[in-house]
Design a protein. Structure first.
Length: 706
């Protein structure tokens, strides 16, 4: 056999991983400088004569000569000289260092009259490919006579379009008949999609602008459209995909062994401690446990790789639990998960229309009827009594990333606190009396929109996190989507479908949340519920008793049944619910925020002209840019039920309605809430000052200023 004999790899040959007892093994074959070929071997039963070959599958093959030579040594070392016959080559992607040896293997097998099947992504143009595969395929590995490896293992295709558009990961799982002893371990052959301590360059993802800066986001109003398929974000989205697909169970810590295409570990770990151009050094911000994990793995890798030639050891395979700590892409995903969860907490605290009950009592059995509150079975949310001044925004609050437009909230807080047994009736009475004295003052500090929106960057990061964690990678082109069985690329990120179940499982596996029924998971379910405008079941519930529906919902979640909440919601709706950013196209102001001088009912090019002129020299940061039309603001209307006139009756037609670019119709609860609120508090439009500042005058129920 020709080829340069490479004795430096002899130590690697000694090792093999037993996937299934005496049935399936994985060997590692180092080739070229740092590439790795994996050889899956399924020997026949020991009683079979030694002339019956073992069945072999190779994953990637950049150098056939070294591979065949090493396979010879493996036969002698582990299988008493029994021949291994390669029946299939699984190619992760088209790069030369992963498939250059295909032709030679096919020719080698042809000499003995064996056919060789070559599997590769359907859009990859891998040389000699006989079986183009797509996302979700289960491979049918050819058998040798009765000797059928498909009886023991299953290999699934996971599409990861980032390093190349047709890159795939092969997931090997065992089909073990002894279920009692079955400890499911999955093996991922990831090619260049992931390395230990890093990930492959996203050569064929969409072009990236690089990590967006604040100025960038503001300039392009980029919070309106996130691009989870671009550049490094596509790598992270593929990491999330591998995380979600690495096991078929809902296990929070699945056992996964990872086989990358290169031995890059020590370089990549060292890089994490080395400042690079354009990125600040992150390691000193890491928690000590993570820092020591990376450092210790670096030293281990460094030791193994600096052994003399011939004694060198590999640092792979690696495992998922380790990569979750030492791989910067997984850490980035976790950071995004934490950010998202805190955004959802802020949303819940300030904007959610419903509150999760912390009691399990039937709301109709009221406390007042029998005098004693019913026993609390399970306290899920630790709720403290709301403070009276939560919504009195002062200059200190201006930079807080909270979208706030609340006027009747003080009253609602008291009602809710009373309902949830957070305060005594006496405390409620005290607060009520204080509330009425508060109403005597003109509240000028409550500014509903200017300065109180979350920062553009925060909105953008939160939206991006939703997309990366909650949706699978999409194809680069429509034809790729069809050929690879991937989601179509989206023109606008608003239409990306975000799956609640997926998001929950990713967050659990990243260690951001504990379980499907923990507090954060319930908040996520609530966010989904409140974002599903079109769900008829949700609208139906609004016609029934509020507390009853809430009770049913809560108990459903506690029992682990969350089918009342739909799974897929478009990103735009979630963003609207979470951050109050409407579904309008990018770079256009929603019509309820109009620059000074434009009339709410003016439309068309004329209006745009006015906007152009008036936007000059105005700053959004100081509130000059936007004049908030309370009576027509659908965000106000929907988030807090501020008193809004009925559009139809106001103008006698629907013309003004058309100037609003919101597509969803409002849930009847919102209108109900608005009517209730307007009977208690209303606003005087005339008393608003004319500048960028807006003055809100609280009026009593008779429509007179108090
Ligand atoms: Zn590559
Ligand atoms: Zn490579």
């Amino acid at each position: 056999m020709k080829g340069n004999s490479n004795k430096a790899h002899s130590r690697a040959i000694e090792q093999r991983i037993e996937v299934l007892k005496r049935r399936v093994y994985i060997h590692t074959i180092p080739i070229l400088t740092d590439n790795l070929i994996y050889l899956i071997v399924c020997p026949p039963h020991r009683n079979e004569p030694s002339t019956v070959p073992a069945l072999g599958i190779i994953v990637d093959n950049g150098d056939a000569s070294t591979m065949l030579e090493t396979m010879q040594m493996i036969q002698d070392e582990h299988y008493h000289g029994r021949k291994i016959r390669i029946v299939a080559i699984l190619c992760t992607h088209k790069h030369h260092d992963h498939c250059a040896g295909n032709k030679e293997i096919v020719e080698f097998n042809d000499r003995f009259g064996f056919p060789t099947q070559i599997f590769a992504g359907a859009v990859e143009h891998v040389p000699m490919c006989t079986n183009p595969v797509q996302n979700g395929d289960i491979l049918e590995i050819p058998s040798i006579g009765d000797h059928n490896i498909n009886r023991y293992i299953q290999i699934e295709v996971i599409s990861v379009p980032a390093h190349t558009r047709g890159s795939v990961v092969y997931k090997l799982s065992t089909l073990n008949p002894n279920k009692s002893e079955y400890s499911p371990v999955n093996y991922l052959f990831v090619g260049d999609a992931m390395f230990s301590g890093g990930g492959g360059v996203p050569f064929e993802a969409d072009l990236d602008y690089g990590r967006e800066t604040n100025a960038h986001i503001e300039k392009r109003k980029a919070h309106d459209a996130v691009h989870p398929h671009k550049g490094s974000y596509s790598t992270e989205r593929c990491f999330a995909e591998m995380l979600i697909r690495c096991s078929n169970t809902n296990d929070s810590k699945p056992k996964v062994v990872i086989y990358p295409g290169h031995e890059y570990t020590s370089e990549l770990l060292l890089r994490q401690f080395t400042p690079t151009k354009g990125s600040s050094l992150e390691w000193y911000k890491l928690p000590p446990s993570v820092f020591f994990e990376i450092a210790s793995h670096y030293f281990i890798a460094q030791y193994k790789r600096s052994l003399p030639k011939g004694a060198k050891l590999l640092t792979i395979p690696t495992c998922l639990s380790r990569e979750l700590m030492i791989n910067p892409h997984f850490r980035s995903l976790r950071k995004q998960g934490n950010l998202l969860v805190s955004a959802i907490r802020v949303w819940y605290k300030h904007l959610a229309r419903q509150k999760l009950s912390n009691t399990d009592y039937h709301p109709r059995a009221s406390i007042l009827e029998n005098g004693t509150p019913l026993e609390k079975k399970k306290k899920i949310i630790q709720k403290s009594a709301s403070s009276m001044n939560t919504w009195n925004i002062t200059h200190d609050d201006i930079s807080k990333p909270v979208f706030t437009t609340v006027y009747s909230h003080d009253l609602e807080d008291i009602i809710n606190d009373l309902r949830n047994n957070c305060i005594s009736r006496k405390a409620a009475a005290d607060r009520l009396s204080k509330l009425s004295s508060q109403l005597d003052e003109i509240q000028t500090t409550r500014r509903p929109i200017p300065n109180t929106l979350p920062k553009d960057k925060a909105i953008w990061l939160g939206t991006l996190a939703l997309a990366i964690l909650g949706s699978p990678p999409c194809a680069v082109t429509r034809s790729d989507a069809n050929k690879m069985n991937l989601p179509q690329p989206r023109i606008h990120s608003n239409s990306i479908q975000i799956s609640r179940q997926r998001l929950l499982l990713v967050l659990i596996r990243l260690g951001v949340i504990d379980s499907m029924i923990c507090e954060e998971a319930r908040l996520i379910n609530l966010l989904w519920k409140e974002s599903s405008w079109d769900d008829s079941t949700i609208l139906e519930e609004s016609n029934t008793d509020y507390d009853t529906s809430q009770h049913n919902y809560d108990s459903a979640i506690e029992n682990g049944h969350v089918e009342t909440v739909q799974d897929l919601i478009e990103l735009g709706y979630l963003r609207q619910e979470l951050f109050g950013i409407p579904l309008t196209p990018p770079s256009k102001l929603p019509s309820c925020f109009r620059p000074k001088g434009s009339h709410p009912t003016s439309r068309g090019s004329d209006r745009d002209g006015i906007r152009e002129r008036n936007l000059k020299n105005m700053k959004r940061a100081t509130g000059e840019l936007l004049r908030h039309e309370i009576e027509s603001c659908k965000i106000c209307k929907y988030t807090v039920g501020c008193p809004i006139l009925d559009y139809d009756s106001e103008d006698g037609n629907n013309a003004s309605e058309q100037t609003f670019q919101y597509t969803p119709t409002f849930d009847s609860r919102v209108l109900d809430a608005a009517n209730v609120a307007s009977s208690q508090i209303s606003y005087s439009n005339e008393n608003r000052t004319k500048g960028g500042e807006m003055e809100v005058v609280i009026m009593n129920g008779l429509g007179k200023p108090v």
